[in-house]
Design a protein around this ligand. Structure first.
Ligand SMILES: CC(C)(COP(=O)(O)OP(=O)(O)OC[C@H]1O[C@@H](n2cnc3c(N)ncnc32)[C@H](O)[C@@H]1OP(=O)(O)O)[C@@H](O)C(=O)NCCC(=O)NCCS
Length: 248
């Protein structure tokens, strides 16, 4: 499958059965979103819910999803876990003019992994942030290789490392050790804030999350007032979104 055949678009209610399938395959039962979650998210904030649609042998199939909501900076600054940011996945914490975008989920079907679909979904989510002139995105990344890393250390009679220690580790070539943390930090304008214990139930990451912040580079140009001029604002938003899709 060629990457060009994957199109990212806003989700609709008709997509829900396939979105549930993608999420269940990418995650595990206890944490995967249900149809009720996706319906609540799409009804609450449709611009924040995107899907990756692949054309395979002429048939369309959803292979990935990404979603986020807008929250207040007060909530963002005091954030402890995923559930309180997302209203347990139902987006009840969404505020239409909230000045922080919160990334709630990113899932790609395992058999379509490592083909650039996650990157592409992230680029389109970044474009939404630019189009809506939101200053930044925050979200909790996982450390899914941590539990396995600690299992090996214990087998070698070494002590376990904490999430903080693990997130700082590099491989022999100086690259971030954890595959998924490397995926996030290779995105331009991304910054790691801190490691959060008990972020959400995730045995592979020993329940740790990594709080990450993606800065909207166009927001810093102070063009916010232009966005408020109806037609011009829309043109600037679309232009900014196209630029960001190339950069990210
Ligand atoms: C993390 C995830 C979204 C990546 O999607 P993807 O389409 O494979 O990503 P891309 O092809 O754009 O990028 C590949 C990079 O992602 C990372 N990655 C890919 N598959 C991975 C996996 N199974 N586990 C961890 N990291 C992975 C690696 O850094 C990889 O880079 P590399 O190939 O140079 O080593 C996907 O593996 C997934 O859905 N995982 C399960 C759910 C999850 O953890 N979601 C993110 C947390 S909100």
């Amino acid at each position: 499958m060629k990457e060009e055949k994957v199109r990212i678009r806003q989700a609709t209610l008709d997509d829900i059965p396939q979105m549930v399938e993608v999420d269940q395959r990418a995650w595990w039962d206890e944490v995967a979103f249900t149809a009720e979650h996706f319906e609540s998210q799409i009804r609450t904030y449709p611009q924040g819910v995107l899907v990756a649609e692949a054309a395979i042998n002429g048939r369309k199939r959803l292979v990935g999803t990404i979603c986020g909501l807008r929250i207040s900076s007060a909530l963002a600054n005091s954030l402890h876990n995923w559930s309180e940011a997302t209203g347990n996945g139902y987006f009840t914490t969404h505020i239409p003019n909230g000045n922080v975008m919160f990334g709630a989920n990113l899932s790609v079907l395992p058999e379509f992994g490592r083909k650039g679909i996650g990157d592409k979904l992230f680029g389109h989510a970044a474009a939404v942030i630019v189009r809506q002139n939101v200053p930044y995105l925050i979200f909790g990344g996982r450390l899914p290789d941590l539990a396995e890393y600690n299992r090996k250390r214990i087998a070698e009679d070494l002590s376990k490392v904490t999430g903080e220690e693990y997130a700082a580790l590099r491989d022999g070539q100086g690259r971030i050790l954890d595959d998924e943390l490397r995926f996030y930090l290779r995105q331009p304008f991304m910054e790691m804030i801190r490691v959060l214990p008990e972020y959400f139930p995730d045995p592979e990451s020993e329940n740790y999350g990594v709080l990450l912040k993606w800065h909207n580079p166009l927001y810093k140009l102070h063009l916010g007032w232009l966005y408020r001029i109806p037609l011009l604002g829309r043109v600037i938003g679309l232009l900014g979104a196209s630029i960001i899709r190339v950069l990210v």
